[in-house]
Ligand binder design. Sequence first.
Ligand code: NZQ
Ligand code: ZN
Length: 384
Amino acid sequence: MENFNYHNPVHVLFGKGTIAGIGKVIPRGFKVMLTYGGGSIKQNGVHEQVTRALRDHEVVEFGGIEPNPCLETLTLAVERARRENIGFLLAVGGGSVIDGTKYIAAASCFRGADPWDIVAKGARVDAALPLAAVLTLPATGSEMNCNSVITRRATREKLSFSSRHVFPRFSVLDPETTYSLPRHQVANGVIDAFVHVMEQYYTSRHGDEIQDRFSEGILKTLVELGPRLVDEEPEYQSRATFTWAATVALNGLIGCGVPQDWATHHIGHELTAFHGLDHGVTLAIVLPGVMQVTAGSRRGKLLQYAERVWGIDPARPDAAGLAIERTERFFQRLGVKTRLSDHGIGAETIDRVVHRFRERGVYALGGLDDVNVDNARETLATRL
Ligand code: NZQ
Ligand code: ZN
């Protein structure tokens, strides 16, 4: 298994009909485990396309990976992968299936007592089963990055790990697989990609114009495209643009060499852990709060964002506030409710979230220290 030799340098197979080619890039002689979620791939024909492409491979299936993939389910897959001597994992689905499969890949090769230590204690990942993905939901970028976010239902923890060993050997991005997405999942995907860019862009004014312009290009594309994606019938070119925007939003390109934050994600993960809210929804709630509390410390960048993404004159005295308002209104335009109270969440959750960060002994919640345990309460209070 560890000697798996990947001959094809292609990382992304992009476009209509590309699923048909996966049989050629997964070597024979390995037992493949096809992992998937709650069954959408059986309704939209993706499962059929994948199994047809793999007709000459030995394939076993593991379904039932839930949104916000759970350790409890994934542990069953790890046991099965070990028992059946699986040599290759193929994740078919959204970020949850891909992230869950990354955990299965790492945990199957883990030599310590408890693979959860990879996530909870940052235990080193020295090896993983090779994996690839057929993406059906543009959002997380998991198809082209080393990250995985796992939930432990029993303790209501949602935590992440990252390892180069779980970087997909290749990913198939066929925009047509997204046609069956419900409207709210499209909205979640647009918001997730948007906030991934913001976490790597809305920081300091570092002067790396290429990185900034890449980010602004993705943000503007999402602003322009988002409403059409949720309002109109699926159409190839806009789905292709959406798919690629979400991938490049978190495949390492725009974050290379620049400061990053991720406070919005860390706070958002706690809202999912406590209340089960969709990942994208938590980000739409939290980002305007983070922007509010950092409007002073990141003023220069906020005004740049206002001008370049929203066309607001930075000389206007209300430019910063207007940019935050436009951002929130954009999320609402996609049909997402952006207040905690819209989701029946009150001040007690804010207490629990802040308590959790204190327990973990962290100060800065992201890469910059202007969103921290001391102002986390204020950040969330602006979102009630
Ligand atoms: O489970 P199935 O039946 O497949 O249905 C899924 C699920 O109910 C459905 N779906 C996916 N593709 C579909 C479809 N329904 C119809 N047609 C299709 N083509 O959509 C629902 C949500 O899927 P999920 O995979 O949970 O969504 P998403 O891609 O937004 O992933 C969210 C997870 O990724 C993590 C999040 O925290 C969350 O756990 N993230 C992973 C990241 C990473 N690996 O880099 C970064 C992100 O910031 C994020 O944290
Ligand atoms: Zn995200």
